[in-house]
Structure formats: C-alpha cells, structure tokens
Design a protein around this ligand. Structure first.
Ligand SMILES: *Cc1c(COP(=O)(O)O)cnc(C)c1O
Length: 497
C-alpha cells in the first residue's frame, strides 16, 4: 500500500514520503501527516525474533513507501550500528514497577539520536531520488538535545549545511558545551537571546519566507528541517515502541496481544505522537500517558480541552521539555478533528493570534487514549532520589518527570497494565540536577568534572564517550543573536549577502 502525505492545513496533498522528508514543513505552514495509517504486516510474535534493525525496517517500510527496500535497509544499517554503545540499541531496564526504555545509548546521549542518526541518510537518499541539485540547509531550533543530535548526524555530510538555534540561557551546561564544541565545517550554532518557543517560531518564519527561498535558490541552497515536525523523525521513533513491546514478549513478561501502557516525558509532542502512530499501526497500547514538567500546557489541554500558551515560561531541571507551543500536537488535532484541514488551520491561526484555542466536545472524546499528568520540580527531585535509593537506578530529570507521572497514574486509576517509560536522556547529561536530587550537600560544591566521576560512583554506569568528548574540546561556535536577527544571521552563514 502506497502511503502519501497531506498537510494538516490543506495546502498540499498526495506528497511522497521522500518529498515530505526533504521539505520538512509543508509550504502552508502545516505538518505532513499520512493520508491513512498502514498496519503492521508481520505478527507480534514474529517481531520478538527480530533484532533492532530488522524490526525498524518492518515499521519504517510501512510509512516510507517510495523508498526501495535496498535504500531503506541501507539507511537503517548505517544508522543503528556501533555508534550506539549497546547492541540492543534501546534496552529495557526494570525499576519502580515499570520498564524504562533507555533511548539514550547513541552519540549524544539523548533520545533524539534514535531518529537523528537515520534522518541524514533518509534525507540524502530522498535528495538523490528526487534529483535535487541544491545543497540542503538544515535549519533547527533546539531546546537542548535536538541541535547536538542533528549536528552529530549531519556533520560533514556532503551536500548539507546545518544551522542550529538554541536558547542562550535555557539549556544545561553539558548541552551547551556539546553544541559550542561541535566539529564539522558545515555546522553552525547560534545562541538566541530568547527561549525555545522564540527560536522555534523564528525558524518556522524563515521556512515561510518566500523571498529568502528565492534568494537561496539562486545560490543553489534549500531549507529542510531536523525538528520533529519532519516526518523522517517521527517514523523512526515509532519503531522503538514496537521494539519495546517485542522485547517484553521475548522475555515472557507479556503475551503477544496483551496491552501495555506508555508514559512519555513530553515537550514538542513528537515522541508521544510516535507512540500514538505505533498504536495506529496495530501495537496494543492501552493508554498513552503524557508527562509534562511545570510548563504544563499539555496537562491543562487534556484536562480542559483548552490549549493556552499565555503563561510564564518556566526554566526547569528538564530544559528539553521547557516548551509552551508543542508543534506536533497539530498532527493529533488534525486526526481527532476528522482530518479536516480547514478546521485545523483555523485552530492554529487562533493559536498564533490569541495564543490559545479550544477543541469541541466531540474532539475531546477522541482523546480517551491519552492521560495527561505533570510533575513539579520538588516531585521530580524526590522521584530521582527515591528510585535511586529503592532500586539503585539513576534517572535523568526528564525521565523522572515521566516516572513521577506514571506513579500518579497508577495510584489514581488502579490500572496496573505493564508500563513502559520512555527514558529520554542519560543522567550524565544532567549530572548537576541529578546529584543535587540525590544528595545536595555532598555534591553541589563539586566541579563539573568531579561530578561526572561522582555520578559514575553512584550509578555504577560507565562515563559515556559523549562526556569524555566535551571535557577538553575547544569552543568553535560563539555567535549570539537577538530573535529579529535570525534571518540576517542565516544569510551571513550561508554567504547570501
Ligand atoms: C526532546 C526531549 C524531550 C521531549 O520530547 P518531545 O518529542 O519534544 O515531546 C524529552 N526529554 C528529552 C531528554 C528530550 O531531549
């Protein structure tokens, strides 16, 4: 079955998967969605016999139907190799009555590596297939992890440039160091005087700038996106939920066909939407539990049907979730609104105008697959400390938001369906917050380097290569810009003036 893609705002229909990957965002500002959902065409039992690559192929081929088998397998084999520090790629760890799906064993020790290790291959393959002669410039806003993972994937890839915007004071020290020390002649990093939403809105504006598009085309360059608005990010993410399920079957923890629940620490709504896509193709997921930090726009949305970003932007210990405009929610809105692009476009116009919108009671009914929860900073710290003391398992603050909400969910509902928690970052990436939660008095005064050793001691987990790399690496990127200067900065970096 050929799957084609439509814009959530109606301006484009019948787009091939490879074109959607290349374009990133539709020209009308909408997001590409599959015009219908495929179904897994292998049994849940047989998935248990496959390794990560084979299983990823079985999932991704359903969505990326204009890639040949050879092309897709080639992308997968290059992505999921020994860049990951465990052969399972995404292992499960049992703790706190749940299964933690560790998605942080890639190069930059956050879950973004799961999709961004393969996106460059999907994109260069798509460029070849579509006879694109232009150089592709990846334009990306990051709340901390996407930027580094995207640069790690695209650094020195021929025919590409990558420009990353991050909120200057809105990322962790390790995240910042990882970005400003990035190697590769085609990588560019800009610290923005603003927050993630400012960066993301600015990037979307550049995508919609037709004058800039023409100027770039004259210079033989075109934009694409490595943000989770790109369908080439979502599809690889759906694969690991299927993988988690298959490992539980393989281990005899569940029978093929049994339901599981999934809790996802959420920011831009990409990761949890991928779980929802996995459900649509036939994975038996009962509830999708959406965990927010103190920027709890999504919790309020699930409880009231009103999405309202008019509120203070709070900097938390889980910076990659400090987001008030969750881009990928647009894809869910479109689905629960009966794939009515006109209505979706209206709601999104109201979001960019008034900063809010309200969905109808009929649409709310279709959200029953979801449960929204949130954890404040105190609860996050207590959860880290509690799970460490009880199970000697150290989790990062993002994962802790999810673990706390998973606990709340079980307590409130009495639903004890096996729970998979998306574990989105290595604790090493947020060593300071993690050690502060475990024993502030003992660890707060330590230097960053001392903290890495302390965390090694506490967790028994080897210090990842990603941390070793930044210890002595020279700073290569020093550009700082105000939000209105984003366009001129891009022009300068691409040599357009
Ligand atoms: C990006 C990120 C999230 C949020 O994921 P979304 O797909 O944006 O919802 C959560 N945790 C970590 C560590 C991240 O990097």
């Amino acid at each position: 079955m050929q799957i084609l893609y439509d814009s959530t705002r109606g301006g484009e229909t019948g787009i091939l998967a490879s074109q959607a990957v290349l374009n990133g965002l539709a020209r009308d500002g909408g997001l590409y969605v599959p015009s219908s959902f495929p179904r897994l065409d292998v049994s849940l039992e047989s998935l248990a016999e496959m390794d990560y690559r084979e299983l990823a192929f079985q999932v991704m081929k359903l969505f990326l139907t204009d890639y040949t088998e050879e092309e897709l397998r080639n992308c997968i084999n290059h992505a999921y190799d020994d860049k990951f520090d465990v052969p399972e790629i995404a292992p499960l760890h049992r703790a706190d009555g749940s299964w933690f799906l560790e998605l942080f064993h890639g190069k930059t020790i956050a879950f973004k590596d799961m999709a961004l290790s393969i996106l460059p291959y999907l994109m260069t393959t798509a460029a070849k297939k579509n006879h694109i002669k232009n150089e592709i410039c990846i334009l990306t806003a990051t709340s901390g992890d996407t930027g580094k993972a995207a640069m790690a994937g695209f650094a020195n890839v021929p025919g590409t440039q990558i420009i990353v915007f991050f909120p200057k004071d809105g990322v962790s020290p390790v995240q910042k160091r990882q970005m400003v020390t990035q190697k590769g002649e085609n990588t560019h990093v800009v610290a923005i005087n603003g927050n993630f939403d400012d960066a993301q809105t600015g990037v979307k504006k550049l995508f919609g700038d037709r004058e800039l598009e023409k100027e770039m085309d004259r210079h033989g360059i075109q934009f694409s996106s490595a943000n989770s608005i790109n369908i080439g990010r979502l599809v690889p993410q759906a694969a690991y939920y299927v993988y988690a399920y298959s490992r539980l079957v393989k281990a005899g923890e569940i029978q093929a066909g049994d339901p599981i629940n999934v809790t996802v620490p959420t920011g831009n709504f990409g990761n949890i939407l991928a779980a929802y896509y996995a459900k649509q193709i036939g994975l038996p997921i009962h509830k999708l539990i959406c965990a927010s930090n103190e920027n709890k726009v999504l919790f309020d949305f699930f409880s009231t049907g009103v999405y309202d970003r008019n509120r203070p932007f709070i900097l938390t210990s889980s910076p990659s979730m400090d987001i008030l405009v969750s881009s990928n929610l647009e894809r869910l809105i479109y689905l629960i609104d009966g794939c009515d692009a006109e209505k979706t476009a209206k709601l999104m116009a109201s979001l960019s105008g008034d900063g809010k919108y309200e969905i109808s009671p009929e649409m709310r009914k279709k959200l029953e697959d979801f449960y929204g929860g949130f954890a404040d900073e105190k609860t996050v710290a207590e959860t880290i400390s509690d799970i460490y003391r009880k199970d000697q398992y150290v989790i990062d603050p993002h994962t802790a938001v999810a673990a706390a909400v998973a606990r709340q969910y079980r307590e409130k509902t009495g639903d004890h369906t096996p729970m998979v928690i998306a574990s989105t970052a290595s604790p090493y990436k947020f060593a300071r917050s993690v050690l502060h939660a475990i024993d502030a008095e003992k660890y707060d005064s330590m230097s960053d380097l001392e903290q890495f050793d302390a965390l090694h001691h506490v967790s028994g987990v080897e210090i990842p290569e990603a941390i070793e790399e930044i210890k002595n690496a020279p700073v290569r990127h020093k550009t700082v810009a105000d939000v209105p200067e984003m366009k001129s900065t891009v022009c300068r970096m691409l040599g357009l003036q």
